[in-house]
Design a protein around this ligand. Structure first.
Ligand code: 13P
Ligand code: SF4
Length: 301
């Protein structure tokens, strides 16, 4: 069944000049069909430089919105209408405007996991893989507001030695998914394993992690390391085990699942291409402002 469906998708893809992009948390069956899998930064770069007529984005809404504003020539389709990101929904443009009023003169760095309206209110964007670089690029005496992820913002503050005004957003999967207690148990049963943590995890995890990195950072690190404990969404751990079945790669919590990332199935890709849905469109005035914040990030990346 999956084989037949995959073949149909590949045929439609060729006929319609489609680029399939998939985030590293997507199910393996989707990743196998994608032209490119990656973290948020890599996907933004791929989307902006693609000559495809259609970009079929297997991920969540803010990623498809980012692709749509970085590549206005392409028609960007999100296969599942309500595949969203709870963290991105935690801050609205109005809330950010209020925060800016409290800190006049502050530069706003927004995590890419945010709505296009929030990006339009921000000065520069960042992803988990370049947040330290982006914040370090700002003048030393510059006040910085970081939205919406308190955990990434706080980790970046520590890494750069900069004072960062935080917002109280978080990723429910990373914020609640991993605890120091789970880590202690796994470290006891698997001594010598290296802990790779995503910076969306709380301080009790990132402060003791051997490495803190984006999902693609983890994929790269695993190329030449064999015994790993991974603190991020389980889709990445499944993908790592698919790539390296001979290695010992453990999830810190295999129940840390992003339900939104798991909404996309092969049948949704097929339906999206047949029915030309769901077309992600951004109001031109908002897109014009949001693209500046994304392009500033890409210039520095
Ligand atoms: P990266 O893949 O950019 O590390 O981001 C993780 C994430 O939570 C995306 O929603
Ligand atoms: Fe959003 Fe967290 Fe899911 Fe990433 S893992 S899409 S940050 S809810």
């Amino acid at each position: 069944m999956n084989k037949v469906l995959s073949e149909k998708i590949v045929k439609l893809k060729k006929e319609r000049n489609v680029l399939i992009l998939a985030h590293n948390y997507q199910a393996v069956e989707i990743q196998r069909l994608a032209d490119f899998c990656g973290d948020s930064l890599q996907l933004s770069i791929q989307a902006s430089s693609s000559g495809a007529d259609i970009i079929l984005f297997c991920g969540v809404r803010f990623m498809a919105e980012t692709a749509a504003i970085l590549n206005p020539e392409a028609r960007v389709l999100l296969p599942v209408w309500d595949a969203g990101c709870p963290m991105a929904d935690m801050v609205t443009a109005e809330q950010l405007r209020e925060l800016k009023k409290l800190h006049p003169g502050a530069v706003v760095v927004c995590y890419v996991n945010s709505s296009v309206e929030v990006k339009a209110e921000s000065d520069i964007c960042c992803t988990s893989s370049n947040a330290v670089k982006i914040v370090s690029s700002l003048p030393a005496d510059q006040k910085i507001i970081f939205v919406p992820d308190q955990n990434l913002g706080s980790w970046v503050g520590k890494q750069t030695g900069r004072e960062v005004i935080l917002y109280n957003g978080y990723c429910p999967v990373h914020h609640f998914g991993f605890t120091a207690g789970q880590l202690e148990d796994l470290r006891k049963s698997h001594p010598g394993y290296t802990l790779l943590a995503h910076p969306e995890c709380q301080g009790e995890i990132v402060d003791v992690a051997d490495k803190v990195m984006s999902t693609s950072g983890m994929l790269k690190y695993a190329e030449d390391h064999d015994e790993l404990i991974i603190a991020t969404e389980e889709g990445l751990v499944q993908f790592l085990n698919y790539l390296y079945p001979e290695k010992k790669i453990l999830a810190l919590n295999s129940r840390a699942i992003c339900q939104n990332m798991k909404k996309t199935h092969l049948s949704d890709l097929y339906d999206a291409l047949i029915e030309d849905k769901y077309h992600i469109q951004v109001e031109p005035v908002i897109a014009e402002r949001a693209v500046k914040c994304l392009k500033r990030m890409l210039e520095l990346s």
